[in-house]
Design a protein around this ligand. Structure first.
Ligand code: PLP
Ligand code: COI
Length: 353
């Protein structure tokens, strides 16, 4: 595939690593590719980072035809840059595209544009402990008409943002509120797709939680409000009586790549991992009788985030004395070790640029 590259004449000053936070700064370039029903995917390009110009009737602005991905490039100790399981993000992007009737991208094409982009922007990968270059591929429907139908025109874009930790707590435990009013997704809906609409619908509950001093909400299933699903920006896992329990992929939660990786690491360490329905009642009982040993979230932005407090129906439950548990710490060490190239990657997960 031909990728046109136009380098910027005005390179930005890179931010101080200690001020990074999440998603506040953007690199010098962005990658793009255009799709139309007549031409398919065409005009792959890497161009200076700039505002997008779209028609006021563009499909994305009215009917939310948008999907995205999130993955990271990490700076190794030897100075090189590597990504973590990038092909899984390409595959999930296509599953999301299929659900939203957006065009899928041949895997090799999306992968080539992504890797070329990271090669061009690699100097933006920070090297301080816990930092990385967050990559945000996204696609939107771009028809210039108000009719509601599957799109005939779309844009695929990749932007990059040097980041530190997602939560202000870093690796310290976060407080999470179990939400029993709003719901995020239902089976048959778009819960398993990474589409902007899922996040827009989540914002109200997220804001209510933040106002009460919680980082995010833990969703219950959209039909019975009985089963644990996932947190706003991460999947969840619980250590109950020595076993790891995590909600099964029922169609309404995001199949996280970190989740999948945690399961593989845990199994390789001899843990029993149960992917199943977990009711909030079972979780509350485990919190009351002390069999809930650890709780944590996992995701690209969130990495491994211990949960130190859960609130349900106005009652606060402290998990593991509000401290990170040993299994959570072990997973954090192994995953981040592989991601930053400090631990041997026996799984074959990293892709070196
Ligand atoms: N669940 C939600 C709702 C998310 O936004 C994310 C983040 O991407 C995840 C789970 C974790 O997915 P992954 O590990 O692929 O980043
Ligand atoms: C990610 O972890 O990549 C996400 O997309 C979470 C997010 C919505 C910030």
């Amino acid at each position: 595939m031909e990728i046109k590259i136009v380098k910027t004449q005005n390179k930005k000053v890179k931010p101080e690593p200690s001020t990074l936070g999440f998603g506040k700064y953007f690199s010098d370039h962005m990658a793009m590719m255009t799709w139309s029903q007549e031409k398919g995917w065409h005009n792959a390009r890497i161009v200076p980072f700039e505002n997008l110009s779209i028609h006021p009737a563009s499909t994305v602005l009215h009917y939310g035809a948008e999907i995205f991905e999130g993955l990271k490039a990490y700076r190794r100790k030897d100075g090189g840059v590597q990504m973590f399981r990038p092909i899984e993000n390409v595959r999930r992007l296509n599953r999301s595209a299929e659900r939203l009737c957006l065009p899928t991208i041949p895997e090799d094409m999306a992968f080539e544009l992504l890797t070329k982009f990271v090669e061009v922007e690699q100097e933006w990968t920070p090297s301080n402990e816990g930092t990385s270059l967050y990559l945000r591929p996204f696609m939107f429907g771009n028809d210039e008409t108000l009719g509601v139908h599957s799109v005939h025109n779309a844009e695929f874009v990749i932007i990059a943002s040097p980041v530190g930790s997602y939560y202000k707590e870093g690796i310290n435990p976060v407080k999470i509120m179990i939400e029993n009013e709003d719901v995020r997704a239902v089976r048959g809906g778009t819960g398993y797709a990474k589409c902007g609409g899922n996040y827009a619908a989540s914002t109200r509950a997220g804001k209510r939680a933040e106002d009460k001093g919680y980082s995010q909400v833990l969703w219950l299933d959209g039909v019975e409000r009985k089963y644990i699903e996932e947190v706003g920006a991460m999947n969840v896992m619980f250590k109950i009586n020595g076993k790891i329990v995590t909600p099964m992929l029922s169609g309404s939660i995001l199949p996280g790549i970190t989740r999948m990786s945690c399961i593989e690491v845990l199994k390789s360490k001899g843990f029993d991992v149960e992917e199943r329905l977990l009711s909030v009642d079972e979780l509350v009982s485990a919190m009351k009788d002390g069999t809930l040993e650890e709780a944590f979230g996992c995701g690209t932005a969130a990495v491994i985030s211990p949960i130190g407090e859960l609130m349900y129906d106005g009652v606060k439950y402290t998990v593991n004395g509000g401290k990170i548990g040993e299994t959570t710490q072990m997973l954090y060490d192994i995953l981040t070790g592989i991601q930053w190239g400090k631990v041997e990657d026996t799984f074959g997960w990293v892709y070196k640029i």
